[in-house]
Design a protein around this ligand. Structure first.
Ligand code: NDP
Length: 270
């Protein structure tokens, strides 16, 4: 019997590519997104069912989880919806702070909680959250993004103890820079004049043709998500791509202090 994956933020990027990847492998896919009416291409796929979900809307979440479970057993829940903020903290508003925490962090926890009774009843199920290399190391001007992704890492690691006792699993996937709408329409870029000089230096590197041209293809992430869902391993983390693997290795080898000092030199030395 085919398995079923429930995906958040499946309208573009990693979520959409992963919906198509799992559907091509014969899985049933429940692809959720804020505007399912705009996903005609996914709707054409007979293995994909579209449902509405804004992960910051708890009432809609309850309804959508109920509808999804009425369709049959869910085997994997992929918490993918998320976005980045890059810029100085002083340029961000409280509304922006709440929005990124609710999307990248609170929404993940609420969705996990909403699916737990279903998983317990089925005596099986796996949660996978798309974290980021930014959940394991810290770069300049990504403070709010790191706050949410580092939180996901700690939360997941602790959750694994209680879920594994019930025969359930929870994992995170850490992509490096990947070609999606992340650095385009989804990115929030706050500005503040006190930081213009350093932020401009940072942006020159972060948005350079070299960096943008080297973004990894989105399918590389879908492949690793598929591996995490099917490899039968009791493994917490799955890094994706050269940048993520190299940066994490450097952080472990050099230690947190030296890794940080090296980045400071790379971005801000005159
Ligand atoms: P995209 O911008 O292409 O996709 C982001 C998705 O999240 C969109 O479908 C967007 O929906 C959805 N989304 C945003 N807010 C909400 C919300 N409130 N409710 C439901 N869906 C929402 O970027 P990616 O595919 O790259 O991002 C997917 C995940 O991958 C994120 O968690 C991101 O942090 C992570 N990631 C990405 C990396 C990269 O370099 N691309 C690197 C590391 C991690 P809508 O179309 O409605 O805006």
């Amino acid at each position: 019997m085919s398995k079923t994956i429930f995906i958040t933020g499946a309208s573009s990027g990693i979520g959409k590519a992963t919906a198509l990847f799992f559907a091509a492998k014969g899985w049933k896919v429940i692809a959720t997104m804020r505007k399912p009416e705009a996903a005609a291409d996914l709707a054409e796929n007979s293995n994909i069912t579209l449902l509405p979900l804004d992960v910051t809307n708890p009432e809609q979440m309850q309804k959508t989880v109920k509808r999804a479970q009425e369709l049959g057993q869910i085997d994997v829940v992929l918490n993918n919806a998320g976005y980045g903020t890059v810029g100085p903290l002083e340029g961000t508003s409280d509304v922006e702070l709440q929005q990124i925490i609710q999307t990248n962090f609170t929404g993940v926890i609420q969705l996990t909680k909403a699916f737990l009774p279903h998983f317990r009843e089925n005596k099986g199920g796996m949660f996978i959250t798309i974290s980021s290399i930014g959940g394991l190391v810290a770069y300049p001007f990504f403070s709010l993004y790191h706050a949410t992704k580092w939180a996901i890492e700690g939360w997941t690691e602790s959750m694994a103890f209680e879920l594994n006792q019930l025969g359930l699993q929870i994992k995170t996937v850490q992509p490096g820079p990947t070609k999606t709408d992340f650095v385009g329409r989804s990115l929030v870029v706050p500005e503040h004049p006190a930081y213009d000089e350093f932020f401009d230096n940072f942006k020159k590197i972060f948005f350079s043709d070299e960096v943008i041209g080297n973004l990894a293809p989105v399918e590389t992430v879908s492949e690793v998500i598929y591996e995490a869902a099917t490899d039968g391993k009791n493994q917490l983390r799955y890094l994706v791509g050269e940048v993520a693997n190299d940066d994490y290795k450097k952080r472990l080898e050099l230690g947190a202090e030296e890794f940080h000092q090296n980045l400071e030199k790379a971005f801000f030395s005159k």
